[in-house]
Design a protein around this ligand. Structure first.
Ligand SMILES: Nc1ncnc2c1ncn2[C@@H]1O[C@H](COP(=O)(O)OP(=O)(O)OP(=O)(O)O)[C@@H](O)[C@H]1O
Ligand SMILES: [Mg+2]
Length: 611
């Protein structure tokens, strides 16, 4: 470091005003990170202009060409140079930065794009002639006459040619094209009444349409559902629950998928605030929280949720790409999401996932030669599920020596039970699956998974009432643990006692288990304690007490599945079915797997080619 000197030399750095081109290039660094961000800015501009139909054409992942054509209100010829000037916008007057109802408000996007690529805007406003302006690497040309019937065409060629360093960071054409497709689809979800087309021009000619969503009609929910089916697939729409809730002027609408339609990563989570796609930690956390009861930690819910509120309630000016927002009352928003989703999931209680039935049928049906799969869902393959279920069944039979274990009960089932949702139990096979006959088909119940869910719901009910009933052990069970684990367990001893588990320190490196939750019956206390320690370790202290309790209860419930692998009498099976019908959330186990699958008679007939 130079020491300060009274004799400042002539080459001491002086402060200088940067020229316009440099300023724009610096700003562009924040606004345009990759071709997909340019597409986002241009499509948002088209939407702000009231377009009903938007076409996006790209070539080479958007690196050589991005062209967005809209039928919006256009730009008057005299305004074209202003559209390219920084901090010039028609969308706000600057008096209230918290009252923003449009996508754009900074007046930065077009000048930024013009600074790092070759930009050409052709536009026609009502009552004016069409005109064009070009800007390349920050150098602006004159306004010239052009031919266009209506709307605006913005063409961006050779993105980042003026900033080669950025160019080097771009990924393959495929990856950039994928990111563009993602951006277009997110905006298409937000605007179901607008038609979208995405065309890849890389091969020349007319190009190849890679995504098309025609404008939807009808009421908002019909339109939204239609658009979601278009973007996310019909199976999402079929497995999704309608969400429609409001609290203190904040509304939440959209569709959230059943837990059985969960995914291996967070790819299917789409969140919008006042129509703007966001990736906001608060909202994603609330979504996870709402499903926590139904999914294991490695499964992720699928949902498209739209939050609407007074613009003053949320600051959208906190992130360069506007991808994050800040709420004035985050707690209210979080609570709204969690309660609305939980409510919908509870109401859906018994709806068997159509995906599961579909997958089951798909697995059974002989595939015609050369047939292609209609869709491949991101969920365990039938083979993997078999393995997972086998791993839970206590007494697997040696392969090849499986004795048939189907048992048929002679006892006439109680009259009228076939008309109940889960029907009348007819048989138990492989000591874990109950086959029940309903009026319109048959139901297969995974008794292990079902029982686990029932135990969990029972534990939660007891917990809410006055603590889980405990059962004292005749001889306390001593469990050896590390000192750290002993300390952690004893730290939570009070909570655990409310959950029906009484543990006390027992000399160095051990605890004594004196009581276990009564609903579990006889359990291996050592295994239970170690599982709870794993859960505590995973959760850390970040979760609320309630969340911790529910996570621990879920673990505890796994230990209570005494009925798996057990032969059941007809009356026991029917009792289980009736209990499932009476219990909320019993359609899926604590890990998001279904507890039962329903096959309609018509599905079965299709299997045999009778239809
Ligand atoms: N497709 C279009 N149709 C009509 N007018 C447009 C279109 N695109 C841009 N404009 C006009 O050009 C102006 C500048 O656009 P630009 O995207 O640079 O800024 P903005 O949208 O106002 O704010 P932001 O930088 O937040 O996007 C807009 O305010 C709008 O008046
Ligand atoms: Mg804009």
């Amino acid at each position: 470091m130079n020491s300060p000197s009274p004799n400042i030399s002539a080459d001491f750095p002086r402060i200088r005003q940067l020229d316009e081109a440099a300023i724009n290039r610096i700003a562009a660094g924040e606004v345009v990170e990759r071709p997909a961000s340019a597409v986002k800015e241009l499509v948002e501009n088209a939407l702000d202009a009231g377009a009903r139909r938007i076409e996006v054409a790209i070539a080479h992942g958007g690196k050589t060409l991005i062209r967005v054509t809209d039928d919006g209100h256009g730009i008057a010829p005299g305004d074209l140079p202003l559209a390219l000037a920084r901090h010039a916008t028609s969308k706000i007057d600057g008096s209230d930065l918290l009252n923003i109802a449009s996508f754009g408000f900074r007046g930065e996007a077009l000048p930024s794009l013009g600074a790092v690529g070759r930009l050409m805007i052709t536009s026609r406003a009502p009552g004016a002639e069409a005109a064009r302006i070009e800007v390349s690497g920050g150098r602006m040309g004159p306004v010239t006459p052009a031919a266009l019937t209506r709307g605006t065409v913005v063409e961006l060629r050779d993105l980042f040619f003026a900033t080669p360093a950025r160019l080097k960071f771009l990924r393959t054409d495929r990856a950039e094209g994928q990111a563009i497709s993602d951006v277009v689809k997110r905006l298409a979800m937000a605007e179901p009444f607008v038609g979208f087309v995405l065309r890849d021009m890389s091969e020349g000619g007319e190009g190849r349409v890679s995504f098309r969503a025609d404008a939807e009609s009808g009421d908002l929910f019909d339109a939204m559902r239609g658009r979601l089916a278009r973007v996310l697939g019909a199976d999402f729409a079929e497995n999704a629950l309608r969400i429609d809730a409001e609290r203190e002027g904040v509304s939440l609408v959209g569709y959230a998928a059943l837990p059985t339609y969960s995914r291996g990563s967070a790819v299917a989570q789409y969140l919008f605030v006042n129509g703007r796609p966001v990736r906001d930690k608060l909202l994603i956390g609330a979504l996870r929280g709402a499903y926590m009861d139904f999914l294991s930690r490695d499964r992720h819910p699928a949902a498209a949720l739209f939050l609407e509120c007074d613009p003053h309630f949320v600051d959208v000016n906190v992130h360069p790409a506007k991808a994050e927002v800040r709420f004035r009352e985050p707690g209210l928003v979080r609570g709204l999401i969690v309660s609305a989703l939980r409510h919908a999931l509870a109401e859906a209680g018994h709806r068997a996932s159509t995906t599961v039935a579909g997958a089951t049928l798909g697995a059974m049906r002989p595939e015609p030669p050369g047939a292609t799969r209609v869709y491949q869902m991101d969920r365990p393959s039938p083979g993997a599920l078999t393995v997972a279920h086998a791993a839970q069944a206590p007494a697997p039979l040696a392969p090849g020596f499986a004795e048939p274990t189907a048992r048929f009960e002679d006892a006439e089932p109680a009259v009228g039970t076939e008309s109940l949702p889960l029907g009348a139990a007819r048989a138990q096979i492989h000591e874990n699956y109950i086959i029940a006959q309903t009026e319109t088909g048959l139901v297969i119940v995974d008794q292990h998974a079902a029982h686990e869910r029932l135990v969990y719901e029972k534990l939660k009910r007891q917990m809410a009432e006055n603590g889980v009933a405990a059962q004292a052990l005749l001889i306390p069970e001593i469990v050896d643990l590390s000192d750290a684990d002993v300390a952690r367990l004893i730290d939570h001893a009070d909570t655990l006692a409310r959950l029906g588990l009484t543990v006390e320190p027992f000399g160095p490196g051990a605890v004594a288990v004196r009581e276990t939750p009564a609903v579990l019956g006889e359990v291996n206390a050592g295994a239970l304690v170690r599982d709870i320690l794993d859960e505590l370790g995973d959760l850390g202290d970040s979760q609320t007490l309630q969340a911790r309790i529910e996570a621990i209860l879920s673990r505890v419930a796994c230990h209570g599945s005494i009925r798996s692998g057990r032969r059941m009498r007809a009356d026991e099976m029917n009792a289980l079915l009736r209990e499932m019908e009476a219990t909320p959330h019993s359609g899926q186990c604590n890990h998001g797997r279904p507890t039962y699958v329903e096959l309609k008679l018509s599905d079965i007939e299709r299997l045999f080619g009778r239809r």
